[in-house]
Write a protein that binds this ligand. Sequence first.
Ligand code: FAD
Length: 401
Amino acid sequence: MVAPVDADLAVVGAGCAGLSLALALATARWPGRRPRIAVIEPRERYVRDRTWCFWPVEPQPFTAAITHRWSRWEVRVPGRSIIRGSSRLPYVHVAADAFYTQALSRLREAGVELHLGRAASSIVDEGSRVTITTDGGAMRARLAFDSRPPHPGPSAAPATGDIEVELLQHFLGWEIVVDRPRFDPGKAILMDFDVPQGDGLHFLYVLPFSRERALVEATYFTEATLPTATYEARIRDYLRRRFAVDDFTIAFRERGVIPMTTAPARPQPSPRVYNVGLRGGLAKPSTGYAFLAIQRFAQATADRLAGADLTATPPPPPAPRSALATAMDRVFLSYVHRHPERAPKLFADLFDRLPPDLLIRFLSDHASARECLRVMTSTPLAAMTREVLRSRARWLRPAST
Ligand SMILES: Cc1cc2nc3c(=O)[nH]c(=O)nc-3n(C[C@H](O)[C@H](O)[C@H](O)COP(=O)(O)OP(=O)(O)OC[C@H]3O[C@@H](n4cnc5c(N)ncnc54)[C@H](O)[C@@H]3O)c2cc1C
């Protein structure tokens, strides 16, 4: 007899990955009865809590939530400014509040059960079903998708090993409003490395929404987070030095810690549980970008499950990214980790030497092998070749060493 369940598919955590996956599952073409989908999320109310940007190299279901597009962008290192752009592939911004509103309303329309205000404490695979324990009681499902954050909080760095690189991308940003035109709303500053590097690899990121309003973020690629006051001081110094801005109002704050790791992802901790989102390794190791990979993964998972018998052994989840993209990430992240002082020049040279659309495809895991080779030839070849060899050596070592 098939064990009874409360829902066929349970999505635990309804942030970017959980909502995107629930929507892909709810709108997939199921050959027979549409499965009952339940979503479990501790938040009762959603507010704007982050800023998602990416280059739209592939279709994704939240185009209506795009609120700004920049067709030019800048990367700066001391003494050099590189300005590039693409009208075909602008850098786009999705505001989290627009994303959450659209996702939730489409899920309600599709009949997905939303259990808001409930946190899950455990997810146990019992063989033919999964039991999810929440503060509002237990829920049994055929399959569970776990998108709970992988680390408990912004100061928790993952353990570092001698085989894998484990860095954090950590940042704090303010959306500020000034009373005089100071910003160029046509151009995003992706990385300004012309800032103090004493606390590790660091850049400022600026998204100008108008002449008077911009999101300004102090970002680091290092092993541990820093005190709040450090990021804030960096933003204030930068605003003063770069834009002659001393007085401003803060309209929105965001803070983030994204793992940047070469450690293999663990997409399926047990046959009936898939890890998704950052927990499933969907943040690109060398950049921390995850939004598009999350959409791609959601669609691929829904396509894979729509033909499957959910009572039988479920199919494995799709790989977070291709073997080629994984290998390139490993090489780049190892280089950045080993030579943080050379990383600003590496990024500047990539933006300087490569056609923008090619670099965008590379940064979005869409580059072909030939394009990856072209990217490699725009880097310090000898040092990168050493990283390739080191990476290969690491792959050949048994996991337990
Ligand atoms: C501030 C910020 C800015 C970012 N900007 C970009 C960007 O510009 N471009 C890009 O590509 N990527 C960006 N990222 C990276 C990535 O896209 C986001 O982190 C994205 O939100 C990851 O989705 P997720 O579903 O894994 O995590 P989240 O969106 O954080 O969702 C996790 C969910 O789990 C819920 N949860 C927590 N505890 C429990 C529990 N016990 N039980 C059930 N649910 C629980 C949370 O409430 C939350 O809703 C950014 C990340 C941050 C933090």
